[in-house]
Unconditional design. Structure first.
Length: 253
């Protein structure tokens, strides 16, 4: 469960080309969402996420992550591949985590898979500089395996989280270097990513507009992610938590 934190930025760039969310605080409001969203449902946009996560973070920042493919997701198993990591640098104000009874909780060095599972769908309590905070960690994502052919009208379905007010991030990525057909790669040599944020209602139907910039007949990587994020500037550590699933599709328009 423990991994070197120097891969944090790389991992985040991979799972969203960068992303983040805001948090709730018990005693003090952190600077978690300075961006003004123009999304009609009040959610941050995909590009808001990119800008948000691009900001530098303080030493001691903690990342709680769960990555898998839709095909290999294993909801019945206790150990769901959750990884918890933190920067090796000594933060000015380290984070201290606590359980529901107020007892100290060492989530960084734990080997208890059941403990890490219980981190999702809960309000994670922690303290920085003797001030207490609580970050809601959205439930782990479970997604029904979609059809291999991705077309307008295709649906992606997942388990909902009624407490998640920040939506679900969905994006599609085209990579010329992974195409099976030479003609598609030859005509489309640039990487393409199309992403958007939707309400956590359990399903989304792809539209022609979602797919219009992606080359027809191409192998496409589909990602879906649910997250929350407490950004606390350059001196105090931040907390990031996410659950992400992915699969490969064949685009047919």
């Amino acid at each position: 469960m423990k991994t070197h934190f120097r891969n944090l930025l790389y991992l985040i760039l991979v799972f969203l080309n960068i992303l983040s969310l805001s948090s709730c605080s018990q005693d003090e409001q952190l600077d978690t969402n300075p961006l003004k969203s123009n999304y009609k449902e009040g959610l941050m946009t995909y590009y808001d996420y990119i800008a948000e996560m691009a900001r530098p973070m303080a030493p001691g920042t903690v990342l709680i992550q769960n990555n898998s493919t839709i095909y290999y997701q294993q909801p019945e198993e206790e150990d769901k591949g959750i990884i918890i990591s933190a920067t090796a640098d000594s933060p000015i104000y380290p984070i201290h985590f606590f359980d529901d009874n107020g007892s100290p909780l060492d989530i960084i060095n734990t080997t208890d898979s059941q403990l890490t599972e219980r981190l999702y769908g809960k309000h994670l309590k922690y303290a920085i500089d003797n001030k207490s905070y609580s970050l809601y960690t959205p439930q782990l994502l479970y997604v029904k395996e979609p059809d291999y052919a991705l077309k307008p009208g295709s649906t992606i379905t997942w388990n909902t989280d009624a407490k998640n007010e920040k939506g679900v991030v969905i994006w599609l990525t085209y990579k010329p270097t992974t195409q099976m057909r030479w003609d598609i790669m030859e005509k489309n040599r640039n990487y393409i990513t199309e992403g958007w944020v939707v309400e956590d209602k359990g399903s989304y139907v792809f539209t022609e507009e979602n797919l219009e910039k992606l080359p027809n007949g191409a192998q496409i990587n589909l990602f879906i992610l649910r997250t929350n994020f407490a950004y606390n500037g350059l001196k105090k550590p931040s907390v990031i938590v996410y659950s992400m699933l992915s699969t490969e599709c064949l685009l047919q328009k």
